[in-house]
Design a protein around this ligand. Sequence first.
Ligand SMILES: *[C@@H]1O[C@H](CO)[C@@H](O)[C@H](O)[C@H]1NC(C)=O
Ligand SMILES: *[C@@H]1O[C@H](CO)[C@@H](O)[C@H](O)[C@H]1NC(C)=O
Ligand SMILES: *[C@@H]1O[C@H](CO)[C@@H](O)[C@H](O)[C@H]1NC(C)=O
Length: 454
Amino acid sequence: MFGFATARTLAWIALIAATHAVPLDLQGRGAATLPSNDPFYAVPADVDSSAPGAILKHRPPPAQIAAFGLAPVNLQASHQILYRTNDNFGNATATVVTVLIPHNADLSKILSYQVAQDSACKDCAPSYALQLASATIGSLGTLVTQAELLLLEAALNRGWVVIVPDHEGPNAAFLANRQAGQATLDGVRAALSSGSFTGISKDATVALWGYSGGSLASGWAAELQPSYAPELKIAGAALGGTVPNITTVLSEINKSAFAGIIPSGIVGLANQYPQVNSVIEKHVLPQYQSLFNKVRNQCLVADITSFLFKDVLGMLDDPTLPFTDPDLVKIQNDNALGKATPKIPLYVYKSTGDELSPVSETDALVKKYCGGGTPVKYVRDVLSEHGSLAITGAVKALAWLIDVLDEGKSQKGCSTSTVISSLLDPSALEIIPGFIVDALLDLLGSPVGPILIG
Ligand SMILES: *[C@@H]1O[C@H](CO)[C@@H](O)[C@H](O)[C@H]1NC(C)=O
Ligand SMILES: *[C@@H]1O[C@H](CO)[C@@H](O)[C@H](O)[C@H]1NC(C)=O
Ligand SMILES: *[C@@H]1O[C@H](CO)[C@@H](O)[C@H](O)[C@H]1NC(C)=O
């Protein structure tokens, strides 16, 4: 089964490699202006005079939200809000959250969905990408991105308000995870105080959800909440494809299908830490400089295809540098999960065969959280890999979120189960409209098979 799934993934990768070998030109897609050219995204000079989560500006998205190509869009309104947050150093900054309000919305329920942008380019921010057609987004993100759109649609279908923060901040600081957690919490604060133009109740029930790169933002938000946003009552967080330790991922994915995440992560960190920029300038071999720096201007699919199966660490004059340079080691450790114990109940789902981040590290993280008193429902899934669990694991995660948001149930204590497949749960399938289930299954089964990352 793993062999089969892997073969399908490889076929998919070959396909994207063939169709997207040329870097994507992000310009000229529809009426939306790229964030890099759009003054709405500019961080105001006096940003530190506002409190974290304060709304600085808002507008309807300049182009219609177009990402949900599946069915007539179930959206009554959408908004973009620029709000104050803090970067990894605690310096004031600002980022954008997209607020999606479905028809017949229950304005007392908010799902904050953290997208797996996984790119070091600010023009790949979800606030921009959501204005593009889903076919286009497929070329900006991976099939996980496509799956994420379906999950957002399933959430909107529940009548929940869905908010999607640009959690990488204004400079696409992928892996600057403290910022991502803060941006997630401040995006919730902004949404809760946006009632005058969104109608959202100021005491709405809130849940968080994210997979892989999105689980880093969500997991950091959960860990930071007691200290950073103690006033926020978050009912639960679902974290899938968890990536507790960045350093381990580097050695797991070097020369693999996922190798493109290495330069994207290093440049993402460089977008926050000047010393990482110096490492790139000094230690990436001259013949690889332009290739390595391509990730500054392209989204995840292009990153993946640019570095497919490449020995990315071998592009450094010393390939062991990320494991030996004291600055780099410290920065990776500073951005790893496990710094604090969440008070929010968690649903954690993880493939036992995850090829990016070994399941043992998530086992250890869950054990640590439980030991500290966090209620955690932990589901280990056997028949999956990192990419496919984003799809097969989603239905059970959504069922857990429904318990939290709609049923007012909360996780009590800790439980761990190892299941053959999270998808083999017929009762779970009933909670998603059939057309979304079909589309999810299509993603899994189609030649463009289960993909990658997040
Ligand atoms: C941000 O924080 C760092 C570290 O605390 C500090 O050195 C730097 O001057 C700050 N930058 C700005 C723009 O405030
Ligand atoms: C991450 O894993 C590496 C080994 O791959 C280890 O040296 C490091 O201490 C770990 N970091 C954290 C924060 O646990
Ligand atoms: C990069 O990956 C390849 C293949 O797994 C491996 O041979 C090489 O040692 C790796 N480099 C480092 C520094 O881990």
